[in-house]
Design a protein around this ligand. Sequence first.
Ligand code: PGA
Length: 252
Amino acid sequence: MLIAANWKMNPEGVAHARKIFDGIKSTATKIRGVETVVCPPSVFVGDLRSKATGKRLVLGAQDAHPEAHGSYTGEVSALALKSLGLRYVILGHSERRAMGERSDLVARKVEAALRSGLSVIVCVGEKSRDRDGEYLDWVKNELLASIRGVSKKDLERLTIAYEPLWAIGENARRPARAEDVFQMTIFIRKVLSDVYGSSYAKRSRILYGGSVDAENAESFLEEGRVDGLLVGRASRDPKAFAKILEMASNRR
Ligand code: PGA
């Protein structure tokens, strides 16, 4: 199981970041069968990296530029993140897509991050659902465009996070139901199998993200049949996040 914490642009200061991280660490290092990935704002990584154990508890970033270096003011490259010991990077998050990031740019970022040695968590998800099932084609197209350059040998380092936009963040309408997630887990696995073959497609992990909390996490893990969760708000509450980690450990 993989449980990823997306802190987004939180908390406001490094002292608070340390406190949340210490709270998460005390559970993440105790439980078995779960890899916990904390993705803080990159500015806090230098401070937190000495606390990450490197085995059960690792650090990730929330974005990375597709070029290795150059005149890109304000950007951070995948290679720079890798050099600090980060293991993962979230790419194509809906909040970045809402800022204008398109799937072709996400695909370039995915390729660069994999080349640098990082594992990637690529986010996909529809804005809304329709009765005719057109949202399935929408998710398929977004996924295939975002992982265009991924080869079979990279699938072990590719994780897909299914995050329906209507269930994400502070303006979420409601969390998805476990059956919505189950349907999409099967669908995404099929899309991967059609491209890479089923034995290779199994190597990638599929996560659910969107309003996950300590109350609903178990149903996503159990009935949604995902390989883990991408957690936003609840990942900044060490007590709630600890419960989610324990549920994941019991499900492995
Ligand atoms: P949320 O965020 O859990 O606060 O809905 C999830 C995400 O945006 O990754």
